[in-house]
Ligand binder design. Structure first.
Ligand SMILES: *Cc1c(COP(=O)(O)O)cnc(C)c1O
Length: 231
């Protein structure tokens, strides 16, 4: 059967609400980031009309065009891809939240660019829990010192943590990675570092978002379950 985007979005929202309720969480504490990479502006517009309020993009160039075209819509754009330092300038102009900060070099450039436009840029720190060399993210052992360093940058505001676990067929196999992110969140919180909030945990995608919610996700990044398969 061919489901409409609207039906698929409702299904995703129902699953988020049901999972939250079943594990004793307030569904309001979980926000859906609809991942719109590779989707046309028309398709994104359809999602906005269906009720999506946060969109996640991976590529600066693609996002610039899309965000320009859809600038009349009161939605929030999040950056979830790998960010090169030379694109920091665009990222701070386009995005309310950048999920993927993983080095001091990148943070300094974002801070510099945010300062230029008088913005406090909200960011998450991306962690590479599995230490796969192909993946972005700071290693666990370097996390605290990175957060301490970034906390001194006046135009950045750390809001929490993000991770992309390795791909497994079963969401249960991914659960321990989500649990680690939550434990790190709790540890950092205890440090009570000035200018650092640990409110957000960005984790969970189409294949595993229910498990991520059970482990404490506050931002789930979902593309395929809303828009269908990517080409
Ligand atoms: C593409 C992407 C997603 C969404 O993946 P789906 O499996 O389509 O839900 C989530 N997070 C990141 C970082 C992505 O690149």
């Amino acid at each position: 059967m061919d489901f409409s985007l609207k039906q698929r979005l409702k299904n995703v929202n129902d699953r988020i609400n049901n999972t939250a309720s079943a594990c004793g969480r307030d569904p309001e504490t979980i926000r859906l980031v609809a991942v719109s990479k590779t989707r046309s502006p028309d398709r994104v517009k359809e999602a906005i009309d269906a009720g999506v309020t946060i969109l996640g993009e991976n590529y600066i160039q693609e996002a610039r065009e899309k965000i320009n075209e859809l600038s009349a819509y009161p939605v929030s754009w999040h950056f979830i891809g790998h960010l090169q330092t030379n694109k920091a300038k665009y990222a701070v102009r386009l995005f309310d939240l950048i999920h993927t900060v993983d080095s001091l070099k990148l943070a300094r450039e974002l801070n510099k660019q945010a300062k230029k436009i008088n913005k406090i840029q909200q960011i998450l720190i991306q962690i590479n829990i599995s230490k796969e060399s192909s993946k972005s993210g700071v290693y666990e052992q370097d996390l605290l010192s990175l957060i301490n360093d970034i906390s001194c940058l006046q135009n950045l505001s750390i809001r929490g943590l993000m991770t992309m676990p390795p791909f497994f067929d079963s969401p249960e196999i991914v659960r321990p990675y989500f649990a680690v992110l939550r434990r790190l969140r709790d540890q950092i919180k205890k440090e009570a570092i000035q200018n650092v909030s640990m409110k957000e945990l960005s984790m969970g995608m189409t294949g595993d978002f229910e498990v991520a919610i059970e482990e404490g996700a506050t931002l789930v990044r979902i593309g395929t379950a809303i828009f269908g398969k990517r080409n």
